[in-house]
Design a protein around this ligand. Structure first.
Ligand code: NAD
Length: 263
């Protein structure tokens, strides 16, 4: 692994500790910062990521259930996952990490967020510039005619697969399944223009095309500030000249990070 400046939470004083000079340097040199977020940013809101040791993803292997193929061949099977995930997402609230990112945008320290999440919690926290690369679970979409409608809570109850009122085809959540192209690529490109500082937060950043955004920043000579519980493949491949890894639960590290750089 390339040596990377690392920051952790001091367990006794609840402040950041480690290579703070590197952190200060990275912050002072930030340019057109954009955040890329993944499932880890919502874990502390009670929404499990793919690695969480929880029932959901053990019973519903995403590579089997969260695929376009599954929805097209057996929509009733795919809806077993959509209902259970919808029940988990219902009534979830933003955690301090979502709020810290909204605060950064309000202060002009962040141009916006590219998120792989489908839970809407960045917007609920007050972030305004949010590109949902994988769509949203809060609405339903018809692949046949393009009809879209809200994901009503009645659809969470067992029953027939919801069908399109316009053309009768099966409806699916308005999310990007494995096998479908990502959304909002043009908006993402616009947000990324001139970005030389990327916050990579709570994501393994292994799923393309999300992983291509930090790659582009690094190729242009920029740096990544990575927030994760642990080093990832991205940490191991290098975070750029001013790169820093901030290790720990992001609901704690992001607010501490803001306290540090704004003090
Ligand atoms: P992932 O499950 O592959 O990785 C999550 C990453 O977050 C891991 O690197 C893990 O170490 C880190 N992490 C977990 N808890 C953390 C915490 N409290 N603080 C800091 N880091 C933490 O998820 P991914 O990289 O986002 O990619 C997989 C796909 O999962 C995405 O396409 C996303 O759409 C989908 N997904 C979304 C949600 C959601 O909307 N909340 C939930 C589950 C899965």
């Amino acid at each position: 692994m390339n040596p990377v400046a690392t920051i952790r939470i001091d367990p006794e004083r609840s402040v950041l500790t480690g290579d703070l000079d590197a952190l200060n340097h990275a912050w002072a040199g930030r340019r057109n910062a954009v955040a890329l977020t993944g499932a880890g940013v919502s874990v502390e809101s009670g929404i499990p990521d793919f690695r969480s040791d929880c029932g959901l993803w053990r019973r519903f292997d995403p590579m089997e259930y969260a695929t376009l193929e599954c929805f097209l061949n057996d929509p009733a099977k795919a809806w077993d996952l959509y209902r259970e995930l919808g029940t988990i997402l219902k009534d979830r609230r933003p955690n301090p990490a979502h709020l810290a990112l909204a605060d950064m945008e309000n202060r002009g320290d962040l141009n916006g967020i590219l998120t792989q999440n489908i839970d809407g919690l960045h917007q609920a926290a007050g972030s305004r510039s949010v590109v949902e690369l994988h769509g949203t679970h809060s609405s339903l979409h018809c692949l046949g005619c393009g009809h879209t409608e809200p994901f009503a809570s009645t659809f969470l109850k067992p029953g027939p697969v919801p069908s399109c009122p316009a053309c009768g085809k099966a409806l699916k959540p308005n999310v990007v399944l494995f096998g479908e192209p990502v959304r909002e690529a043009a908006l993402a490109q616009t947000l990324m223009a001139g970005c030389r500082t990327m916050f990579v937060i709570g994501t393994s950043a292994e799923v393309a095309p999300a992983c291509l955004y930090p790659d582009g920043v690094l190729r242009a000579g920029g740096s990544v500030l990575e927030f994760n519980l642990e080093p990832t493949e991205r940490t191991r491949s290098g975070l750029g000249p001013d790169g820093v890894l901030i290790e720990g639960p992001v609901g704690r590290t992001l607010p501490l990070f803001l306290d540090h750089v704004q003090s």
